[in-house]
Ligand binder design. Structure first.
Ligand SMILES: Cc1cc2nc3c(=O)[nH]c(=O)nc-3n(C[C@H](O)[C@H](O)[C@H](O)COP(=O)(O)OP(=O)(O)OC[C@H]3O[C@@H](n4cnc5c(N)ncnc54)[C@H](O)[C@@H]3O)c2cc1C
Length: 411
């Protein structure tokens, strides 16, 4: 049997395992996935939880094991370390050692609030919250149920973070929520970011800045947080600039898995050096890296994991047949952005082309609008949960091109 081992059974690991279980002959191949968490989270749903749009844990979770196709072996264990020179991985569960012929690293990224002094001192989950974890999102839901207003500060500690549009979505939804609750006049909202503007790409940043201004949301750019002073209720930057808050929603430092650090296979944030267009590990030719675990300069998003996985399938089948890999991943990302009031927008871009206005996926027809607010885009975002569980994770084909196309875009 040839052994394919997949580390991480999140978005990327699950879709790849399921797709390959159909592409490969399971009489010859053993596909194993390892993950330490028995639950699979629909992470894009976390942004709706604080506002009660998704109310219950059941709205965003399913058992992890049941997401895998028959024929995929799932092991519930923490991964201790990868030993790439001997093609093996050590697990913490029963000191198990798994050998592999081919390895896929899909261990994602997660938040580290302890990296910013003061965030977790005393006020954590009292007046300082996150929404990047289910615990954080539901604690914030409880807080907002009785919130009477004040200064809401949304702070991105450091880039890169997973889903770089999620803080913006949270901010827009918070403004809408205050309006709906009839407390908008008692609420000040400020987005505090290390970026020079609202987003990483200039045209999107300009579009979103206008929208933020329209909604009376302040932006403090170029703010590199040094600490949170929970007693004085301010966040402080390295240049000593301070922003006061009554309610702080933080997007803490994001880092790759500790297993990558223990394996000495990552950069300073535990992201794995990956070839930009093939997803192959930069050093080991039988290792591929997918999803948020890579060090690639594209968004850390489920849509990116999907396009990477599509590009990877073809290359993996070429590789095992002894053919050259092709440079098929172009950094394609496609993200809905909720903007509140039942509206949203969509951005579609890659390594080289920033998000442009237009219609998607059918040129001229849509139904989705790029860099323009629409109700249809909001419905697209809500529909995405069904697509995630029923098509994406199952490794089924979705009729959106893997490579970004200029058709339907206005340059
Ligand atoms: C609030 C929020 C909103 C988002 N919104 C969107 C959106 O609208 N659109 C979009 O495309 N994306 C969105 N995302 C991002 C998207 O969820 C991620 O980019 C995607 O899940 C990445 O997939 P992945 O497989 O790389 O990582 P994950 O799905 O996070 O999976 C990684 C897995 O590795 C496992 N793992 C890690 N280390 C170990 C270890 N040592 N031992 C065992 N197991 C381990 C983890 O348990 C986890 O299950 C959002 C994310 C958040 C947090």
């Amino acid at each position: 049997m040839k052994k394919l081992l997949i580390l991480g059974g999140g978005t990327a690991g699950t879709m790849v395992a399921n797709r390959l279980s159909r592409e490969l002959d399971l009489m010859e191949w053993e596909i194993t996935v390892v993950d330490s968490d028995p639950v699979h989270y629909y992470q894009p749903g976390f942004v709706f939880v604080p506002f009660g749009i998704y109310k219950k844990l059941d709205d965003v979770i399913k058992p992890r094991k049941s997401q895998f196709a028959p024929g995929v072996r799932f092991i519930l264990s923490d991964i201790d370390r990868i030993e790439p020179d001997s093609n093996q991985v050590r697990l913490t569960e029963n000191d198990l050692v798994l050998s592999y012929d081919y390895l896929i690293i899909a261990t994602g990224t997660h938040m580290h609030p302890e990296e910013t002094p003061g965030l977790m001192d005393g006020e954590w989950r009292k007046s300082i919250f996150d929404f990047y974890t289910p615990e954080g999102a539901f604690a914030l839901q409880q807080k907002l149920r009785t919130w009477q207003g004040g200064h809401l500060v949304v702070n991105i500690a450091e880039m890169p973070i997973k889903c770089p549009v999620a803080p913006l979505e949270f901010t827009f939804l918070a403004e809408w929520f205050a309006h709906e609750r009839g407390i908008r006049d008692k609420v000040d909202i400020t987005l505090v970011t290390p970026l020079p503007g609202a987003f990483t790409k200039p045209r999107t940043s300009a579009f979103l800045s206008n929208l933020l201004e329209e909604r009376r949301i302040n932006v403090v750019p170029d703010f590199n947080i040094m600490e949170a002073d929970a007693e004085k209720k301010v966040i402080r930057a390295y240049d000593e600039q301070e922003v006061p808050f009554d309610l702080l929603v933080t997007i803490p430092v994001n880092m790759g898995s500790e297993a990558i650090e223990r394996s000495d296979m990552g950069d300073e944030l535990n992201y794995v050096p990956t070839q930009k267009h093939t997803m192959r590990h930069k050093e080991f030719e039988n290792i591929f890296v997918l999803g948020d675990a890579t060090n690639l300069p594209t968004s850390k998003a489920g849509s990116v994991a999907h396009f990477q996985a599509e590009a990877f399938f073809e290359n993996f089948l070429r590789y095992i047949d002894g053919l050259e890999l092709i440079d098929s991943f172009d950094g394609h990302a496609n993200c809905y952005i909720e903007t509140g009031y039942g509206k949203g927008t969509l951005i579609d871009f890659n390594y080289d082309v920033e998000p442009l206005p237009g219609k998607f996926p059918l040129p001229g027809l849509g139904p989705f609008s790029l860099l323009e607010e629409s109700h249809v885009d909001h419905w697209g975002k809500l529909m995405f949960r069904w697509i995630y569980w029923h098509l994406l994770l199952k490794g089924k084909e979705i009729p959106i091109p893997v490579q970004m196309t200029m058709a339907g875009k206005w340059a």
